[in-house]
Design a protein around this ligand. Structure first.
Ligand code: SAH
Length: 267
């Protein structure tokens, strides 16, 4: 949210910075800057034109905030006045706004004199971008860019970690059982399991996978190997019932020449 933005160019640059960091909902509280002006459009470039198209304008900050649960104000000084200044990194680490994206408002002030004290009083938290004491006030769009960057960086990290956690979770029991069912069928077919007691060898694999905590993705890797094995068995002419059902010629065809010449070979 921008409170009384004045310059068309700044509006365009804010839209572009928002788009760069995955933010799209822009609310203008009063102000003269026009999202449809040529200058705003020029600075937003085509990529962020939709941010300007969708920008809403309301009369008061209270109205703009009515549906938000957490309100974050930005100021080059209020952080200090209100105690310990919070920088964007600390703020987002604590708030985790990506968990409920549309509930958190980021409020930026006027180019000339920022947010008023009553406006800052409407905010739950105040964020301050560390900057040189001699010139602490950033251009509006730069401030949006820095806060947007930090939010984007932490959001990406948090969502990436979530995906990683999910990938490391053990597969459901049913998924693992389906994999063993498949393995039993294919391994019997190729003569790897003992046809009278297939469970003996299979049990060792069960123990191995249970100890490893096989994930769903890993069961898919195992099943890809089983599918490939099945395909090779089919090409080789091994019947579904397994090597026991295969005609003797099959083994003649696949055994090395010396076996065919009468050497005993392995039984
Ligand atoms: N001259 C004004 C600053 C306005 S800059 C003043 O004295 O307050 C426009 C807006 O950019 C500010 O209202 C704030 O939203 C943001 N901003 C600029 N510098 C900032 C900083 N160091 N930390 C946080 N926000 C800042």
């Amino acid at each position: 949210m921008l409170v009384e933005p004045r310059y068309d160019g700044n509006l365009g640059k804010v839209a572009r910075a928002m788009r760069n960091f995955g933010l799209s909902r822009l609310t203008l509280v009063g102000g003269r800057a026009d999202p449809n002006s040529e200058e705003a459009r020029w600075y937003s470039r085509d990529e962020a034109a939709d941010v300007l198209d969708a920008a809403e304008r309301v009369e008061t900050l209270g109205e703009a905030l009515s549906e938000c649960k957490i309100v974050v104000g930005t100021s080059r000084r209020a952080g200090r006045r209100r105690g310990r200044p919070e920088d964007p990194e600390e703020l987002f680490e604590d708030l985790e706004p990506w968990a409920k994206p549309l509930e958190t408002a980021l409020v930026f002030g006027r180019e000339a004199h920022g947010l008023s004290t009553p406006e800052l009083d409407l905010c739950h938290r105040i964020v301050f971008i560390p900057s040189d004491d001699a010139s602490p006030s950033l251009n509006l769009s730069h401030a949006v860019g820095i806060v947007g960057y930090e939010l984007y960086r932490q959001t990406r990290k948090a969502l990436g970690e979530q995906i990683e956690r999910e990938e490391l979770e053990r597969a459901d029991h049913g998924v693992v059982e389906a994999m063993f069912e498949h393995a039993r069928r294919v391994w019997l077919r190729i003569g790897y399991l003992h046809y009278q007691n297939p469970e003996m060898t299979l049990r060792r694999w069960r123990h191995l996978f249970a100890r490893a905590g096989i994930t769903e993705l890993e069961t898919r890797v195992v099943r890809a190997l089983l599918h490939q094995t099945e395909w090779v068995a089919r090409v080789a002419g091994i019947p579904e019932g397994g090597v026991r059902d295969a005609p003797a010629e099959l083994f003649d065809k696949h055994s090395p020449p010396e076996d065919r010449n009468g050497s005993p070979g392995k039984s």
